[in-house]
Ligand binder design. Structure first.
Ligand code: ADP
Ligand code: MG
Ligand code: ZN
Length: 479
């Protein structure tokens, strides 16, 4: 039997406000433990939460950017459970009346766009952090840091609309790009400011009814989410094939072992005894506020992508890669403004620039090669001042020194040789040094042309214009 996976994702994104959601403590990351805390975020008796307006504004932004309906009235609710990182004994979240509902995002997989529905986006507070230093006596112990307690989150819940791990990966990348374009979250999965719980089930292909799902946690990269889903699909299929049933439960991804393991049985909403938080009034969002926020929205990733395609005529795929980060798209546009060669620019940005950034773990804003310099270099290729091959050398030098390309080309004497006589002289030399190959070529082994081109390039240190070399070589060999 053939099976089809069904995937729905819950994403928690940390909002980058400077203060927490219900108190004025700093949200700064990396401070010494328990230095950004107060009676409110440590749950002392008698305190009252005060909602941070910025959090609501950011959540509305995300709602609008993902085509959600913004609720005129929403409510905060208490989600009750005990854990040492949750001093109040409940988390303030939203339940029956979330801020935003019924949205969607469009993902691009293998050149096809697909709409993924968003069930809801709600606001909530983060919990503290437990640290397990091990044991110094026979008794294991844990430490708790409440700096993160009360840091604002939005939870974005998707419909079960994804049908493959790759679609899930594309969805996550799309959400992250939107959050970063809106500048409301840094979307960093490794640092935990973007977390994903993945719900997955399988069903016989063609069946309407969803299978029983498991919920996967503990994936700290997009790649790991995809891998965990791939593993879980195989595991669930094997369970069904052996005649057993999938148990609804929460499973943890073990990246080192490449497997998911049972963590706990799935808790139901009932278990949390949700009820409206009596300390917080219903949240009323005026239409005029929503409209103001709507007007403030920047050009979003998919809009920018489509504009790059129509304005510069670059392929959709290129535009998707380039617009994943706004700063990269800005760089590309600044580069095209200089060289006026969009496809060349997109190739250089997609391949060389992104590779360099990845290898050096740098942001494009710290990249030594400015958009202007890359544009100038592309212009030198376009004008024939340097060859495409030499350009690689120039680019590497630009990365190493940050120097403008014309300085590098001048100082390293890399200008392309386009002087007909000079090239002919080198070609004559090569032909007279390799009489045997010349005979074989003329005897029909025309593939040897590449050999001659290589020899000429070697003698000119790669500086001869390749089109001219080819043309002159052919003329001389074929006569
Ligand atoms: P909770 O995890 O708190 O119970 P929900 O009931 O809102 O939350 O569902 C969580 C996620 O599970 C949603 O993203 C939804 O799309 C997804 N989901 C629901 N049913 C299935 C299923 N049978 N297979 C895969 N995903 C599912
Ligand atoms: Mg869940
Ligand atoms: Zn506080």
């Amino acid at each position: 039997m053939e099976y089809e996976p069904v995937i729905g994702l819950e994403v928690h994104a940390q909002l980058n406000t400077s203060t927490k959601i219900f108190c004025s403590c700093s949200t700064e990351f990396g401070a010494p433990p328990n230095t950004h805390i107060c009676p409110v975020c440590t749950g002392q008796p008698g305190v009252l939460p005060v909602l941070n307006k910025k959090v609501v504004e950011y959540a509305i932004k995300m709602g609008l950017a993902t085509h959600c309906t913004i609720a005129r009235v929403s409510r905060f609710a208490r989600k009750n459970y005990f854990y040492p990182d949750l001093p109040k004994g409940y988390q303030i979240s939203q339940y029956e009346l979330p801020l935003a509902e019924h949205g969607f995002v469009e993902i691009l997989v293998d050149g096809d766009t697909k709409r993924i529905g968003l069930t809801r986006i709600h606001m909530e507070e983060d919990a503290g952090k437990l640290v397990h230093p091990g044991s110094f006596t026979d008794t294991p112990y844990s430490l708790v840091d409440y700096n993160r307690s009360g840091v604002p989150l939005i939870e974005i819940v998707s419909e079960p609309d994804m049908r493959s791990p790759r679609e899930a990966g594309a969805y996550l990348r799309t959400l992250r790009a939107i959050l970063r374009y809106l500048e409301i979250s840094d979307g960093n999965m490794e640092e935990g400011s973007f977390r994903c719980d993945a719900n997955i089930s399988v069903r016989p292909r063609g069946s309407e009814k969803f299978g029983t799902r498991t919920e996967l946690k503990n994936m700290n990269s997009f790649r790991n989410v995809e891998k965990a889903l791939e593993y879980e699909i195989e595991r669930q299929i094997a369970v069904l094939e052996s005649g057993e049933t999938v148990v609804q439960e929460t499973r943890l991804w073990d990246a080192a072992a490449g497997v998911t393991r049972t963590m706990r049985g799935k808790e139901e909403a009932d278990d949390y005894r949700y009820f409206p938080d009596p300390d917080l009034l219903p949240l009323v969002v005026e239409e005029s506020w929503v409209e103001d926020v709507r007007k403030s929205l920047p050009e979003l990733p998919s809009e920018k992508r489509d504009r790059l395609v129509s304005q510069y005529g670059i392929p959709l795929y290129d535009a998707e890669v380039i617009t994943a980060e706004k700063a990269v798209a800005d760089y590309f546009e600044a580069c095209v403004a200089v060289c006026d060669a969009p496809k060349q620019a997109s190739n250089w940005v997609m391949v060389e620039v992104l590779r360099e950034l990845k290898e050096s773990k740098r942001e494009i804003t710290d990249f030594p090669v400015t958009a202007r310099h890359l544009g100038e270099m592309i212009l030198m290729i376009e004008k024939g001042t340097i060859s495409g091959k030499i350009a690689k050398t120039v680019f590497a030098e630009m990365v190493a020194t940050g120097d403008p390309p014309e300085k590098i080309v001048r100082e390293k004497n890399l200008i392309q040789v386009t002087d007909q006589e000079a090239i002919e002289a080198v070609i004559d030399e090569v032909l007279s040094e390799n009489p045997e190959q010349v005979d074989r070529y003329r005897g029909g082994k025309t593939k040897l042309l590449g050999f001659f081109v290589g020899q000429v390039m070697k003698k000119t240190k790669g500086k001869a214009n390749p089109q001219m070399v080819n043309k002159i070589l052919k003329e001389k060999l074929d006569k």
